[in-house]
Design a protein around this ligand. Structure first.
Ligand code: COD
Length: 302
């Protein structure tokens, strides 16, 4: 099991180098992250976007632009389409968001003719290393699926369990998060979804993971909380993966840990032909670099 970003970096450094296509690369922290990944020997990159701006930003940040291929494109849309084309043509192993908007990138990824769909649901997964938790914590979906139903939640679980297994979590423990551990069918539909999914998992319908819910966040990550509340759960206090009820809870959780919780964070989109390194524009260069490590660590072409 890989439990920290240092361990993950050690693993990806020993793999064959991957190539990242950066869509609209004229973004400072993305360039710094990609340059650091290059210096660490984990990735090459093709920088797609406004060549003049890319060169200016590289110069400003003491990055030798000559170590990368740069492809000059006019608009945001053109940069996104060209970067995706590189992945389609197997000239890049993964795609990274630069300055373009999340919606523009995701819509182009989902394009039936020119995108990189694999037939699965696409979902966002975050990975955290925390001073308060003994191992990696995965969380999904705080970035793509807005209000997933049971079917979408099952796909979200499959995607993130697959990623966790690639990071050598053999039998991931998945907590289906709600506001409490009891089913409240009158007022909290996500508790019903969690109970249904838990029962499906118990009947062996959902593959090789231990899935339980509903669980409140404290039940998922604190054994003490389970003891005090008398909760007997195979996941309680030891979750590897948190599945959030909807995008708002996932997004707030990510930003709370990132901005207030001293977490090291990474974020990618799963379920496309390749992982897509997708962070918020305001994420710093470290988060972008760690997201590259997460993307490369889970980079298998579907
Ligand atoms: N996986 C696979 N296919 C999908 C998915 C998905 N998650 N979402 C939509 N599709 C397919 C649909 O089946 C359809 O064929 C096509 O894509 C268009 O579907 P729409 O019309 O529902 O999708 P859009 O274009 O309106 O929106 C897709 C987005 C990803 C842009 C949308 O879901 C979105 O805005 N998500 C939230 C992004 C966000 O704001 N994140 C928070 C900040 S990071």
């Amino acid at each position: 099991m890989i439990t920290s970003f240092d361990e993950l970096l050690g693993v990806v450094k020993n793999q064959p180098k991957k190539t990242i296509a950066v869509a609209m690369a004229e973004e400072e922290d993305a360039l710094l992250a990609v340059s650091h990944a290059y210096e660490q020997g984990i990735a090459d990159a093709v920088l797609v976007g406004n060549k003049k701006k890319i060169k200016e930003l590289c110069k400003k940040n003491d990055i030798d632009v000559n170590k990368f291929d740069v492809m000059d494109t006019g608009s945001e849309q053109q940069a996104v389409v060209r970067a995706i084309q590189l992945v389609r043509e197997h000239l890049a192993d993964t795609l990274m968001k630069g300055k373009c908007s999340t919606a523009t990138l995701l819509r182009a990824v989902l394009d039936r003719e020119h995108g990189v769909r694999s037939g699965k649901l696409l979902s966002h997964a975050a990975l955290f290393e925390l001073p308060t938790y003994p191992k990696f914590l995965f969380m999904s979906d705080g970035g793509m699926n807005i209000a997933p139903d049971v079917e979408a939640k099952i796909s979200i679980i499959e995607n993130v369990v697959g990623a966790a297994r690639l990071l050598r979590v053999e039998k991931p423990k998945v907590a289906l998060i709600a506001a409490l551990e009891k089913v409240n069918y009158q007022a909290m539909p996500c508790t019903v979804d969690a109970a249904v999914i838990t029962q499906m998992a118990a009947r062996g319908q959902l593959g090789d993971a231990i899935i339980d819910g509903p669980l409140a966040l404290d039940n998922a990550v604190s054994k003490r909380s389970c003891e005090i509340k008398g909760i007997k759960s195979p996941v309680g206090g030891d979750a590897d993966i948190l599945i959030m009820p909807a995008i708002e809870s996932g997004n707030v959780f990510y930003k709370a840990l990132n901005y207030l919780g001293q977490a090291k964070c990474a974020g990618i989109i799963l379920g496309a032909k390749v992982p897509i390194i997708l962070t918020s524009r305001s994420d710093d260069k470290e988060t972008k670099f760690l997201s590259i490590a997460f993307g490369i660590g889970t980079s298998i072409r579907a």
